[in-house]
Design a protein around this ligand. Sequence first.
Ligand code: NAD
Length: 370
Amino acid sequence: MTIGLLKEPSHETRASLLPEHIVILKKMNVHLLVEHGAGENAYATDAKYVEAGAEIASRKEVMQKSDVLLSINPFPNEEFAGLNKKTIIGFYQALQNVASINQLATEGCTVFSMDMLPRTTRAQSMDVLSSQANIAGYKAVLLAANLYPKYFPMFMTAAGSIPPAKMLILGAGVAGLQAIATAKRLGAIVEVFDTRPAVKEEVMSLGAKFVEVEGAADATKAGGYAVEQTEDFLIRQKAKIAESVAKADIVITTAQIPGKKAPILITEEMINNMKSGSVIIDLAASTGGNTDLTKNNETIYYKGISIVGNSHLAGTMPSDASKLYGKNILNFLQLIVNKEGQLNLNFEDDLVKGTCVAHDGTITNERLKN
Ligand code: NAD
């Protein structure tokens, strides 16, 4: 079988696979065809892919000759017909792009959207949401440190004392936990909110303070994902968050609910109470943002406060982001490729079933159908 690695659109720096992953593909009896320049933004040259055993080709050839196509970003609509009922694997944010998934289904494509992978223990090694969110959490703190006009750590120097920066993190999922760890390493004091009481221990073990708000909706049956909260809970949570926001120098927000708009946790009124020079990094920007003022993929300056809505932080570290994304993809391929190197889709497997959003001309995924 041949797998095709496609060049991503110009805004993307990552690639679905790096040359270092090819050794595993060979063991799986899979040949890799790489579009010219597919890895160049991730510092992987065509020559490196060839050295590792892949073949370089034009986009047209890759699309025609491959059985499975890898592309992190969705395909442009004008290429749908050329996909010719192929299997495609990427990060298609299916819940936000139901119309294009529907169209791909009509074209007869089998579509695996890696962001739909169930969040179970067996799935961890394939979890692209986690590998990329981990980078986003780390980079969010570094970006904040860059924009913040003061130190993060406390210093006692001959020229005077510097107090430590106070950071507030909303949402202690994968990105939030990595943000806590990174901020603590840089010496900030960290306070954290999350609606899942289960994360309290993890937050505390990283040396941060967990602020509890009673009465959150039970998310234990949501497969590891957050659920929407009641109006009453959100009002009480906002009152507590307002107190923390007024004290914070840096706020990092990560609260998302799959398939829904992100909850507004920080209002304009709260931002008006922040100190000039403070920084907000909103990692939920692509799903609407956690503040009233966030603009997706923009940094705005409001009354001396920087509000960053960068949704592509994983892409600012393209080498490691591609290394981890590629390993996730390889692990997933092991589920759908047999020993002879041929596609073998077992829809009895909950990971195959959960990640597949279109097959046999129709939308197959229950979450998407709903
Ligand atoms: P996410 O990006 O969907 O959300 C980030 C965090 O925001 C979550 O912790 C969520 O509870 C929180 N949040 C949502 N609404 C909120 C609100 N109103 N106020 C405050 N916080 C709010 O989350 P994620 O990083 O993708 O992880 C989600 C869950 O999945 C976590 O429990 C994580 O441990 C679990 N997980 C499991 C696996 C696996 O087993 N394969 C892999 C990764 C994550």
